[in-house]
Ligand binder design. Sequence first.
Ligand code: FE2
Length: 305
Amino acid sequence: MEFLSLAYAGVSSPAAREWPRFASDVLAMMVWEGADGTQYLKMDERKYRIAIHPGEKDRLLYFGWDVLDDEALAEGVRRAQAAGLEAGWASDRECEVRMVNRMSWFVDRNGIRHEFCFGQLREHPRSFIPPRAHAGFVTGQQGFGHAVLFVPDLEKTLDLFVRMMGMRISDETDLGPYGRAVFLLCNARWHTLGVLGRPGHRGLHHFAVQTRELEDVGVAYDACQSAGIPITMTLGQHDNDRSLSFYCRTPSGFDFEYSWGAVEVVDGPWIPTLLRKEKVSDGQLWGHQIIDAGPQSSIEIFDQE
Ligand SMILES: [Fe+2]
């Protein structure tokens, strides 16, 4: 199935009102508020990329996927229904709320709504005016970034993303007792989704965005510390996509990775690799020390048979 990239994502949070300061001061993004108090984060010419809806719990609600054409919208519904999932076409009102031309959707087994969209609202190419000097983010055909999820059943999740949605595996990491992480690609971005299988855990671990220039990661690292926002992984470099990044805890309980310089996956045969580590922090090229900022409220923990 042909789809292009992660167009947008939405979460709910009791801390939605804390986002304008965080997104502006730390992430260097523009923020605008919807009539219902939703905070919309703008980081390129698209009207928004991340939406924080006021809500009782910190929860990932939906992903929006850019697709190539109407046929892909229909194919998404067909495949989801064939897999026994609830799926359908969005109403005009739903399209208006998400600011897209046309949309179909399905809900996965972890309760996340996936929306295939055609024609997300785009503003002037120079409409992203960062709140501080900033060279902008890598978006375009690579979508707005990546997301990493905790899932209770990795095989079922891979069934969905790989076999139903047609994503490819960029690499896997076996973390022994900590689970198995699989990274999935759908364009030149090394991974658009990462899924970490951990029984009894479900939710959003982090979103990541990538800056065009290295300096903007450094400035954000300083800004994060000046704003008193907890850093959850110090500056360092990943051993898979080679990106240089740091992680901080957002007001909504999940983490945000701010990165630069990931290797791009070019067309042609891609050979996934498997990495074995004893713990999450092993095998980083350098840095990325984990700093415990407490449990993530965005991850639901439940009894699993
Ligand atoms: Fe990441």
